[in-house]
Write a protein that binds this ligand. Structure first.
Ligand code: HAM
Length: 428
C-alpha cells in the first residue's frame, strides 16, 4: 500500500532545501540591517480573524481557506497569509503601549485551497515583513528599499516591482462608484465571475485575466486619476524617495490586490519567466487594519515573498555544502577507529561522512566519490596495525599511504589534512 502526499502539498528534498536555507539566511541578514526582528505566530487562528481582515468577498475567504470546527464548536482556519495573524498578535500583546514602531518579519507555511499548478500550491511558504505604527510615505519607501536589497542579495535578475495607489476611505468610495458604473455599462462583455462580483468588489475587474474582460476594461478609469490630495501626495513622496535611491518602480494602475485590507501604496514583484503565477511577492499599506482588529488607530505596511516561486527564479548556484572528509573503514576493528576519528573531527567543526557496514572498498569509494569530499581516509587492516590512515586526495588525485596517525587530536587532524592540501597545491 502506498501513501502519496496530498495534492498541492509537496516535499522539499535536501537538494532544494539547501536553497531554502540560503534564501532564509540572506533574508535574515537583510532584515537585521533594517533592524527588523522576528515574530512567530501560530498556523491556526479563529476563522473570524481572516474574514474580518482579508475580507469576506475575497477569493481567499470565499473559497480557499482550510476551515474546520474545533471540538468545542469554534470555527478555526489554517492561516492563508501572515499579516492578519501578525496584527492580531500586535493587538493582543498591546505592543503599541511598549514601542511606537514595530518592525517584524516572519517565515513559514501558509495554506490556500487553490487549484494547484506550476508555482501554485495549497501549502506554500512566505517570508514577510510588517512595519506597524507608521503612516508616513517614508515607511512605505523603507519597506520597498528593503525589498529591493533583499532581491539583490538573492541575486534574482529580471524581476520587476510594480506599484500603485489604492486610495483611502476618503477617495476610494467615489472611485468605486465610477468603476461600478463603468462595469455595469459593459456587463455583457464581462466574464461570469466579474459579473457576479461587480457590485460587491468592482476593483477585481482590473486584474481579471480573462481576455474578454481585459479587452472590455482596457480604458477603465483608474484609482490614480481619482486620488484625494493627501493620497496623491503620499504616492508622490514614496516615488520621490525611491527615485533619490535611483530606483525606478514602474507604476501599474491595474494593481488591486486580492485582499481587502490595503489602502494607498500597493505593489507586486513580478518575475517574467514564471508564466501565469508570475508574482513572487506582493505587499502594501493597511492603515485601517490594526484598529479593525481592536487596536489603536495606527498604520501599517509590509510585504510577503513566496519562497517556492523565489526558488524557481534563483540563479543556478552551489548553495549546498559538501563534506570535507569521507572515511572508509574496512572491517570491524577499522570501523571502531573510524568512528573515533570522525567524532574527533566533527567536534573540531569539520564536515565528515563515514561509511560502515563491512562493504568492499570499491563500493565505499564509489560513495565517497559521489559525496564530493576532497579527502577520503581509508582505514584497512594494515592501517589499524600501523595506527595511521591512508589519505586519497580526490582533487589532486594522489594517495598518501598511512599519512595521518590515528592518535592525532581533532585539531591536529585538521592541520595534517590542510598540510597535505598545501603540498598538493605547491607541486601542481
Ligand atoms: P499575497 O499576494 O496573497 O499577499 O501573497 C504573497 C506571495 O505569496 C505571492 O506573491 C506569491 O509569491 C505567494 N503565494 C500566494 N499564494 C500562493 C500559492 N497558492 N502558491 C504559491 N505561492 C503563493 C499576502 O499574502 C500579503 N499578506 C502580503 C502582505 C504583507 N501585505 C502586507 N504585508
Amino acid at each position: 500500500m502506498k501513501f502519496p502526499s496530498v495534492k498541492g502539498f509537496r516535499d522539499v528534498l535536501p537538494d532544494e532545501s539547501a536553497r531554502w536555507s540560503w534564501i532564509e539566511q540572506q533574508a535574515r541578514a537583510v532584515f537585521q540591517r533594517y533592524n527588523v526582528t522576528e515574530i512567530r505566530v501560530p498556523i491556526v487562528e479563529r476563522t473570524s480573524l481572516f474574514t474580518r481582515s482579508i475580507g469576506d468577498t475575497t477569493d481567499i475567504v470565499e473559497k480557499e481557506m482550510y476551515t474546520f470546527l474545533d471540538r468545542d464548536g469554534t470555527s478555526l482556519s489554517l492561516r492563508p497569509e501572515g499579516t492578519a495573524s501578525v496584527v492580531r498578535a500586535y493587538v493582543e500583546h498591546a505592543v503599541a503601549q511598549r514601542e511606537p514602531v514595530s518592525k517584524w518579519f516572519y517565515l513559514g507555511p501558509m495554506f490556500r485551497r487553490e487549484r494547484p499548478q506550476r508555482g501554485r500550491l495549497r501549502q506554500f511558504s512566505q517570508i514577510g515583513i510588517e512595519v506597524i505604527g507608521r503612516d508616513d510615505a517614508a515607511a512605505d519607501a523603507e519597506v520597498l528599499l528593503l525589498l529591493y536589497d533583499l532581491l539583490e542579495s538573492l541575486r534574482v535578475s529580471g524581476v520587476e516591482v510594480q506599484i500603485n495607489s489604492l486610495g483611502c476611505p476618503k477617495c476610494r468610495p467615489r472611485y468605486r462608484e465610477i468603476l461600478t458604473a463603468y462595469g455595469r455599462a459593459r456587463h455583457e462583455q464581462l466574464c461570469e465571475n466579474c459579473q457576479r462580483r461587480l457590485e460587491r468588489n468592482p476593483f477585481r475587474l482590473l486584474d481579471c485575466k480573462t481576455p474578454s474582460c481585459q479587452q472590455a476594461t482596457a480604458d477603465a478609469p483608474t484609482m490614480l486619476d481619482h486620488l484625494c490630495a493627501e493620497c496623491a501626495e503620499h504616492f508622490a513622496a514614496v516615488r520621490a524617495i525611491l527615485a533619490r535611491e535611483q530606483i525606478e518602480a514602474s507604476v501599474n494602475p491595474r494593481i488591486v490586490r486580492g485582499l481587502d485590507y490595503y489602502n494607498r501604496t500597493a505593489f507586486e514583484v513580478l518575475a517574467p519567466g514564471l508564466g501565469a503565477q508570475n508574482a513572487i511577492g506582493a505587499g502594501g499599506r493597511y492603515d485601517g487594519l490594526v484598529k479593525d482588529l481592536g487596536g489603536p488607530d495606527i498604520g501599517g505596511v509590509g510585504f510577503a515573498l513566496g519562497v517556492e516561486r523565489l526558488v524557481m527564479v534563483l540563479p543556478e548556484m552551489e548553495v549546498g555544502h559538501l563534506p570535507e572528509v569521507f572515511i572508509c573503514p574496512l572491517g570491524t576493528a577499522a570501523e571502531m577507529e573510524a568512528m573515533h576519528l570522525a567524532h574527533r573531527m566533527r567536534r573540531e567543526d569539520m564536515r565528515v561522512e563515514i561509511d560502515a557496514g563491512s562493504k568492499s572498498l570499491k563500493s565505499q569509494m564509489r560513495r565517497a566519490d559521489r559525496s564530493g569530499a576532497r579527502y577520503v581516509l581509508i582505514i584497512g587492516e594494515e592501517e589499524v596495525v600501523e595506527q595511521a590512515a591512508t589519505v586519497r586526495d580526490m582533487v589532486a588525485k594522489r594517495d598518501h599511504p598511512k599519512a595521518i596517525p590515528l592518535a592525532l587530536s581533532g585539531s591536529e587532524l585538521r592541520t595534517a589534512l590542510a598540510r597535505l592540501g598545501e603540498q598538493a597545491a605547491a607541486s601542481a
